[in-house]
Write a protein that binds this ligand. Structure first.
Ligand code: NAD
Length: 552
């Protein structure tokens, strides 16, 4: 039995450690396990299946102790969630080096990995769980917002989804961000969810506006909102396979179609037609083979409907939940006619070094984040897209744990934002230093052929040198801590990815580090995409960048 503990990060400007690098690592590790942030803090699980912050409570305590004692020229090593050594390095070196879930490729299967995990030898760190920079639902909200915004620009030549409606399904932990991301893009959302309690929960949290139990009623509401130009969302109680197929029969074509049920998990992630949640839980145990057959059949039915929508003009995409793979596994050969969301919409952003950049107020003061919001609105007024997001986020995003902000920022912008924040700390405008970082789901930091690197122009989807170079480069450039993980997002055997965090404390040294890290990190993303033949990356390099590359 795990002991029951409640963890909250320290707040304020007083150090509990010997420097702000160690302090940031301590606060963000603890923040990842705050009950307001983590999915299952008792078991150290932060998000994303079993994505953990530390191997076990003993390891957690030893990490905390080590960070408290760590000198400013020492580096702590974390081996899959367990602190294993402290070495004298230098003030410029990272305070923490993290490697999570690495396993020799031939052994990189679910069976082997989870067996080793059960033996206590490794830990699954997801992306930002084991690298201590998770910021709660704001991350997925912004990612979904950005994906839909990129879709609007590319497919509708518009900076919003005004006048369009989006059909999706799943209002779970991640999928629950969809209705708000759609209405923030000024579109109308119709999201099918089989579990009524999930609909109610999202209405309560203000992520969703209305509930309906009847398709005809939901369609009337959708029409009304479109006519009146109102961006509202409807959660429709029902099964996605049934509703999507019914719409095909009614000859109704949404503007955009996707799905965010947990189809990656056949056992309980996708509820087949004709089952309630309770029946599904029971049948997956009792009549497993029949249950799995039913799951596959419903998935294929839904995917066929999505292909029909595509053929009739809807913009459709797979949102990283393996729906296509499942349909193909059941023999539906056309499943991959649905494009993945990265090649369809995010690749253009990754190609210019743009990705999910974030910062956390170590003080715990929401006002620090609001002041940075205001400074960005003032200093980046020429970037309407960025300013629009920051304004919306300031107004509508509720903080979880330490106050934080995320935005998609490109090569050049990230360095400028980092330096702006460091200046604000230096000038006493903020009440404590700020930790700057990002998701591993980024431009130059991930190899994941089912998601981030699907369908690369030159076929380099599975080449994993890039995240390794990324982590080495960030460590050499002055990052406060760096992390190299395996298996995040798409599971064991399917991805290698890296992250960093940089603390800016207003000093000259932090300014130097910000100039290096925030140039190097997105810069390698630009090189990775230029190397694969993406024109926008090559153009950006030719226009002038702060790095050299022998090929361009
Ligand atoms: N694209 C990305 O960046 C990204 C990010 C995170 C997660 N994901 C993927 O998205 C999926 C959803 O993640 P989550 O955390 O929200 O999962 P979750 O398990 O919390 O939620 C899934 C929801 O789908 C509902 N559902 C299941 N089958 C249904 C059906 N047939 N019809 C209607 N509703 C149904 C469930 O009731 C549940 O509420 C996962 O597969 C995850 O891996 C993608």
């Amino acid at each position: 039995m795990s002991p029951k503990r409640e963890i909250h990060a320290p707040r304020g400007s007083k150090l509990n450690t010997k420097g702000w690098g160690q302090e940031a690592a301590l606060r963000l590790l603890m923040n990842n396990l705050d009950p307001d942030v983590a999915k299952d803090p008792d078991n150290l699980i932060v998000y994303g299946g079993k994505g953990k912050a530390a191997r076990n409570w003993e390891a957690f305590d030893k990490i905390v102790q080590s960070l408290k004692e760590l000198e400013n020229d020492e580096t702590l090593l974390i081996q899959s969630g367990k602190p294993v050594g402290i070495f004298k390095t230098s003030t410029y070196a990272p305070r923490v080096l993290i490697s999570n879930a690495q396993i020799v490729p031939r052994w990189a299967t679910d069976d082997v990995f989870w067996e080793l995990e059960r033996k206590g030898l490794t830990m699954f760190g997801q992306m930002t769980a084991g690298s201590w920079i998770y910021i709660g639902t704001q991350g997925v909200l912004q990612g979904t917002y950005e994906t839909l915004s990129a879709l609007a620009r590319k497919e509708f030549k518009s900076d919003s989804l005004k006048g369009k409606w989006v059909l999706s399904s799943g209002l779970g932990e991640m999928g629950g961000a969809q209705p708000l991301a759609i209405t923030m893009n000024e579109g109308v959302a119709l999201v099918v969810e089989v579990d009524e309690s999930k609909i109610d929960r999202r209405i309560k949290g203000k992520y969703l506006d209305y509930k309906s139990k009847d398709l005809d009623e939901a369609l009337r509401m959708k029409d009304e909102f479109l006519e009146e130009g109102k961006a509202y969302s409807i959660g429709l109680l029902g099964n996605a396979a049934t509703v999507y197929t019914k719409l095909v029969e009614m000859n109704i074509v949404p503007d955009v179609v996707t799905d965010q049920t947990a189809a990656h998990d056949l056992n309980i992630g996708y509820i087949p037609e004709g089952y309630t949640i309770e029946q599904a839980m029971e049948e997956t145990q009792k009549n497993h083979e029949k249950y799995i057959r039913d799951v596959y059949q419903s998935i294929v039915k839904e995917v066929k409907a999505i292909i029909w929508f595509k053929e009739h003009g809807a913009k459709v995409f797979d949102y990283g939940n393996n729906l296509r793979t499942r349909a193909k596994e059941w023999g539906y050969q056309r499943a991959f006619e649905i494009p993945g969301y990265v090649p369809a919409y995010l690749r253009d952003l990754f190609a210019i070094g743009s990705g999910p950049f974030r910062w956390v107020a170590l003080s715990g003061e929401p006002s620090d984040i609001y002041k940075i919001d205001d400074a960005i609105i003032k200093n980046f007024s020429q970037d309407e897209h960025l300013v629009k997001w920051i304004r919306l986020a300031k107004e509508r995003v509720k903080f979880q744990g330490l106050p934080a902000r995320i935005c998609y920022a490109s090569y050049g912008q990230r360095e400028a934002i980092g330096l702006l924040i460091n200046d604000m700390v230096r000038d006493g405008e903020l009440s404590a230093p700020v930790a700057i970082g990002r998701d591993h789901h980024d431009t130059g930091s991930v190899a994941s052929p089912f998601r981030e690197t699907e369908a690369m122009k030159d076929g380099s989807d599975a080449i994993a040198d890039w995240p390794i170079l990324n982590v080495l480069l960030n460590a050499s450039s002055g990052a406060t801590w760096v992390s190299l993980h395996h298996g995040g997002g798409t599971g064991i055997g399917n991805s290698i990815h890296a992250g960093f965090v940089l603390v800016v404390d207003g000093t000259k040294e932090a300014e130097e580090k910000a100039k290096r890290v925030l140039n190097a990190d997105p810069g390698i993303g630009v090189i990775r995409h230029a190397d694969a033949g993406y024109e926008d990356s090559i153009k950006l390099i030719k226009k002038g960048v702060k790095f050299k590359t022998p090929y361009f």
